[in-house]
Design a protein around this ligand. Structure first.
Ligand code: ADE
Length: 268
């Protein structure tokens, strides 16, 4: 009798251990399921979307969290890679390598460039360029973003998917109104721009209407993997001497607006 209860206990412990392992095991990414990849740099840029999404589970890959679930009924993977070109490219690459991503939408904030865009306006990128890719010589910096091996997009510009651009534009118009939405070139670099002189250069040299720190690097990764993409940016500042203060005051509102545009896009 004692022996029987001893074996019953052992079997009970084994079953409990197996169940515990099964529950705590990380869910393997489902390679069959197609997802929309939503990429951002900072927590406030995905806060709205995470509050609206039904998240099934979170995978951590390379210290980046990938929130896997549904948004507006559509399968999504939502990530926040960190600030700057390196982290954005690394995060996007890990996403494309671990999930079956059909297209990528980047959502976030940016500095407005030129007279057209005001704080809280929206820019939907048609193309992106790395404004800080080049050479420092005794004569200063010279841009050589076209590359030397034909691997830096089309003459240094990465073009967003036209259909996604149009969808993002319509969604943005529905959220903030037509007079606040612009399509054009976004200049990306590993610098927070807070200089009247430099921001004018971005307009003069590249025809940029917004500047930020990740778009072109995510675009470069999508270009290399042949994944359609679009970059959506809400202006938190004007990339001038007041830029930092402006981000502190307007950053969260702008980030939320950009998230709302992604949400409206997925509802279309
Ligand atoms: N993101 C938001 N504002 C920015 C700025 N002024 N420069 C670079 N990235 C930004």
């Amino acid at each position: 009798m004692k022996m029987r209860s001893f074996f019953t206990k052992i079997i009970f412990i084994l079953v409990a251990a197996v169940m515990l392992c099964a529950c705590s095991a990380k869910k393997a990414p489902d390679k069959g399921q197609e997802y929309i990849g939503i990429v951002s740099a900072m927590d406030n840029e995905i806060a709205y979307l995470l509050s609206e999404a039904e998240i099934d589970h979170v995978d951590t890959i390379g210290k980046v969290e990938y929130h896997v679930g549904k948004l507006c009924g559509q399968p999504v993977v939502i990530s926040r890679s960190g600030i700057g070109k390196v982290l954005a490219a690394s995060g996007a690459t890990a996403m494309l390598n671990n999930y079956n991503i059909k297209n990528v939408i980047f959502t976030g904030i940016a500095g407005g460039v030129g007279d057209e865009t005001k704080v809280l306006d929206e820019v939907i990128a048609e193309r992106l360029v790395q404004h800080d890719y080049g050479m420092i010589s005794n004569d200063g910096f010279s841009w050589s973003g076209t590359g030397s091996m034909g691997d830096l997009g089309d003459e240094g510009y990465y073009y967003c998917d036209e259909e996604l651009v149009n969808k993002a534009y319509d969604a943005a118009v529905s959220v903030v109104g037509k007079e606040h939405v612009f399509k054009g070139t976004i200049a990306t670099g590993d610098q927070f721009v807070a200089s009247e002189e430099y921001v004018k250069k971005l307009s003069d040299d590249f025809g940029a209407i917004a500047c930020e720190m990740e778009g072109a690097s995510v675009a470069a990764v999508c270009y290399q993997y042949d994944i359609p993409f679009v970059i959506i940016r809400a202006m938190s500042d004007k990339a001038d001497g007041n830029a930092y203060e402006s981000v502190e005051n307007m950053g969260d509102i702008a980030a939320n607006n950009s998230g709302k545009i992604v949400f409206a896009m997925l509802l279309q």
